[in-house]
Ligand binder design. Structure first.
Ligand SMILES: *Cc1c(COP(=O)(O)O)cnc(C)c1O
Length: 390
């Protein structure tokens, strides 16, 4: 129940933005008589390929299918191990299991909240085939160190860049460099096709293989019928989704500028509010202040729960009473029942275990107002002050 007389509008933690031009373009596709994968998909894929410096790109129905097909293209399956992070959307490790491989969880870096690259070498076994890093909130890992490791141990890299569309590494777009790079266009992502995803590949052969896995394993139809030579699924992206993506791409620079501006304001507002509330000794952890590489997919804080007498759910509920929506991205994957049943141990990754319990996503989306940032910072610090242990 709401305990405050709150008349201010509710701020969700995120909200997609589709302009009138996009809506008109969707209507046009619907009227055209060709609504599933066709000319708009081809145009979207070639536009994305240009965006990624000419590397081949194929689109899929969602980011999960994109990552699964990336694993299949890399030939990863039964008996193989894939090194990944336990702080991600569960899709990351679910796809590893779904191809019959085993996820090997390496702890995260408490500052970046991404997989700790320094701990990967110790997790490599003769069965290790790939590393699947996740760029949480759009902050990439150190790409030089990642690809040095891959080269040294002869491993494939499947980047779960679901949250990193528009992110960079030393001036180069994520996706324009590297091995297999997977993006999601789900509704909450920086670029959305409602649902969708794309995979950046190394060459035409890989692209052909990805197309086969995308559609039932079908080899090209010839004059004397069709053939199927691998087990594929039904994971194609439609023209309706593709045309949305084409229009979102045009707006991406504006979206990006707005996200960065809001993130900058968050740092100032939170530090200011913490100081004026006399909370300098509370260890509220802010994100890495990176305004060159991150696309600011999310603004996440790590709550100092050991210094508070409430849990995260209570903080979220009190923020909700103030009209502020928040999210948890993410709880520790190895804590889920399925992963517990499979024998994974939450204690194996202590940093991830703590952060999975304390991380909180604050609202951040291009349509958010500057004033919202101040309201959120004030609301959060007020709650921290109220529940601080003495
Ligand atoms: C969104 C997301 C996915 C999955 O993408 P879907 O399009 O929802 O299938 C995978 N990994 C991460 C880190 C994500 O944020």
């Amino acid at each position: 129940m709401s305990t405050t007389e709150n008349t201010l509008p509710f701020i969700p933690f995120t909200r997609p933005h589709f302009n009138q031009e996009t809506i008109d373009a969707v209507a046009e596709v619907l009227r055209s008589g060709w609504v599933t994968s066709g000319p708009k998909l081809a145009e979207f894929e070639s536009t994305l390929s240009d965006y990624f410096g000419g590397r081949p790109v194929r689109c899929f129905a969602n980011g999960t299918a994109t990552m699964k097909i990336a694993l299949q293209v890399a030939g990863i399956g039964s008996g193989d191990e894939v090194i990944t992070t336990p702080i991600s959307w569960v899709a990351t490790s679910n796809v590893i299991l779904s191809v019959g491989a085993t996820p090997v969880f390496v702890d995260i870096d408490p500052v970046t909240r991404n997989i700790d690259l320094n701990q990967i070498a110790a997790a490599i076994t003769p069965k290790t085939r790939a590393i699947m890093p996740v760029y949480l909130a759009g902050l990439p890992v150190n790409m030089d160190q990642l690809y040095d490791l891959a080269k040294q141990y002869k491993l494939r890299v499947i980047e779960d860049a679901a949250q990193a569309f528009g992110s960079q590494w030393r001036g180069q777009k994520i996706g324009s460099i590297g091995d297999l790079v997977s993006f999601s266009f789900q509704a909450n992502k920086n670029l959305s096709t409602v649902e969708g995803g794309c995979l950046v590949l190394n060459n035409a052969d890989e692209a052909k293989l990805a197309e086969k896995f995308r559609l039932q394993g079908l080899t090209r139809q010839g004059m004397d019928g069709m053939d199927v030579d691998v087990l594929g699924g039904k994971d194609n992206l439609t023209d309706v989704n593709a045309v949305i993506g084409l229009h979102q791409l045009k707006q991406l620079p504006a979206f990006q500028a707005r996200r960065s501006s809001l993130a900058k304001q968050y740092f100032d507002a939170i530090r200011h509010e913490m100081e004026s509330a006399g909370l300098g000794n509370l260890n509220l952890e802010l994100p890495v202040e990176n305004f060159t590489d991150s696309n600011w997919h999310m603004f996440q804080v790590v709550l100092p729960l050991e210094q508070l007498n409430v849990d995260r759910a209570q903080v979220m509920s009190e923020l909700k009473d103030l009209g502020i929506g928040t999210g948890v991205h993410y709880p520790l994957i190895t804590g889920f029942t399925l992963y517990q049943k499979l024998g994974f141990k939450t204690e194996a990754t202590p940093v991830a275990k703590r952060i999975g319990r304390c991380i909180l996503t604050l609202p951040l989306f291009p349509g958010m107002a500057d004033e919202d940032v101040g309201r959120i910072a004030k609301g959060l610090t007020g709650i921290l002050k109220k529940h601080r242990k003495n």
